[in-house]
Write a protein that binds this ligand. Structure first.
Ligand code: NAD
Length: 454
């Protein structure tokens, strides 16, 4: 018995009927999604607190507001985005009309992770609906509180004939991915991303893969340590470090490390108090499996700050590790928790070499008072996104594409990039049924005269 077949059949039929194509219908769905966010803000904040101990502030700024802004942007620009794009022509097509039509793919599948379970589920949905697709939404089964709200409340707002939420873990997903979709948008780990891509290849289906990785953070000797520490600590410990674009490790000289450590201690104490465990602004680790993985990292190198943990509360203190070797477990995979290793390098060249010998990260950070240093890191490395002298603020701009490169993913979204991702860019040429005399120059026999004209 296939639990998904009927739902997918229903959505496919809706798409074929053309119901989701008109701008008015797309706008009605986007407005309904906006109403869902507004009317259930409290419910979502409670679910996020239940799942991740997320503060109302973090829930608002990093989950709800950005999604609402993207909805508003799509509503304001929908007509313009949908418009055919006229393109330049060559001599042979001067009398024709040439344009790119943005048409919906059809039935799209969106698979989301647990760490920002509202925005990472709904932001791709904004693009998919704006582009006129039917959507199957798969929230993470790990963030159970949010999954429940998305599964039970969201469908009451959206048109059920073209939208469905499906639930499940790896087993159910394997079954779901047997089906053919017209587009798959996946956010999650590189391991599962490969499984999704392999399943998509069978049909074949285009994919966007928003994956993770280790995001380097270079700190130059020419810097104000307290400013750098404030910013690195904010973005490392935001959402308890469970952020795909968080600075994963710091690269700096031993001298800069010595200046950075007291500054990081000061930032952590100011942000979360002397006992961060009591802070309402510090979340918890999502589950025991991830807690145990993170706890094992605490024996890498030497704990310079923090290091306390309590499994009964899924608590890990904001931690800084020093004397870490790049062969230790904490440097082998994405940390995804409130632990920041500092590795020593002798200057910018070694830092750039260190970064370039590893997989291309989702984000890369460089801190320096010298703009030439920041520009060199930017010019001589590659990553999905880059931010000089700050944490992941680049991803708050809907005017910038958000996505990875190489091992950190393929494709991008946010703002208009989401609309484009979920639209097939169809190449169109409309020629005249008449003017045969002019067009006949293309027909054989090919005389020397025709060759000269063409
Ligand atoms: P995950 O890969 O374990 O799960 C993501 C989704 O895939 C979930 O909905 C899960 O149910 C589903 N899934 C699990 N097994 C599957 C299978 N066999 N086939 C198909 N789907 C399957 O990731 P996670 O633990 O939820 O999230 C953490 C990871 O996501 C980290 O690596 C992080 O860097 C990454 N991430 C990336 C971004 C980004 O925007 N690039 C954002 C957030 C998280």
């Amino acid at each position: 018995m296939d639990p998904f077949a009927d739902t997918l059949q229903r959505l496919r039929e809706t798409f074929r009927s053309g119901r989701t194509r008109p701008a008015e219908f797309r706008a009605s769905q986007l407005k309904a999604l906006g109403r869902f966010l507004q009317e259930n803000k409290q419910l979502l904040q409670e679910a996020l607190a239940q799942d991740l101990h997320k503060s109302a502030f973090e829930s608002q700024v990093s989950e709800i507001s950005i999604t609402q802004n993207d909805i508003n942007l799509a509503l304001r620009n929908l007509q313009a985005w949908m418009k055919d794009e006229k393109v330049s022509k060559n001599l042979a097509t001067q009398l024709d009309s040439a344009f790119i039509r943005k048409e919906p793919f059809g039935l799209v599948l969106i698979i989301a992770p647990w760490n920002y379970p509202v925005i990472l589920t709904l932001l791709p949905l904004v693009g998919a609906l704006a582009a006129g697709n039917c959507v199957v939404l798969k929230p993470s089964e790990i963030s159970k509180g949010t999954e429940k709200v998305l599964a039970e409340v969201l469908p009451r707002y959206l048109d059920q004939s073209c939208f469905a939420v499906v639930l499940g873990g790896p087993e159910e997903m394997e079954q779901l991915l047997e089906h053919k979709f017209d587009y798959i948008f996946f956010t999650g780990s590189p391991r599962v991303g490969k499984i999704v891509m392999a399943a998509a290849a069978k049909h074949p289906t285009p994919v966007t893969l928003e994956l993770g990785g280790k995001n380097p953070c270079y700190v130059d000797d020419d810097c104000d340590p307290q400013t750098v520490a404030n910013r690195v600590a904010l973005f490392r410990y935001f959402n308890t470090g469970q952020t795909c674009v968080a600075p994963d490790y710091v690269l700096c000289s031993p001298e800069t490390q010595a200046r950075l450590l007291p500054a990081l201690q000061s930032a952590i104490s100011r942000f979360y108090g002397d006992d961060p465990r009591g802070s309402p602004d510090l979340g918890r680790i999502i589950n025991h499996k991830h807690f145990q993985r993170l706890q094992s990292y605490l024996s890498c190198g030497r704990v310079a700050i923090g290091g306390q943990s309590d499994e009964s509360d899924l608590y890990i203190a904001p931690t800084v590790l020093v004397d870490v070797r790049d062969t230790e477990p904490v440097m082998q995979e994405e940390i995804f928790g409130p632990i920041l290793p500092i590795l020593n390098v002798r200057g910018l060249d070694e830092a750039i070499d260190f970064i370039n010998r590893r997989e291309k990260p989702l984000a890369l950070y460089a801190f320096s008072n010298n703009s030439q240093v920041v520009k060199r890191v930017l010019a001589q490395t590659s990553s999905g996104g880059f931010c000089g002298n700050d944490g992941f603020m680049h991803m708050t701009l809907s005017s910038l594409p958000f996505g990875g490169v190489g091992a950190s993913g393929m494709g991008s979204y946010h703002g208009k990039f989401s609309f484009d991702t979920f639209s097939h860019h169809r190449a169109c040429l409309l020629s005249s049924p008449g003017l045969e005399k002019i067009y006949s120059i293309r027909y054989p026999p090919y005389s020397p005269h025709k060759l000269r004209v063409m």
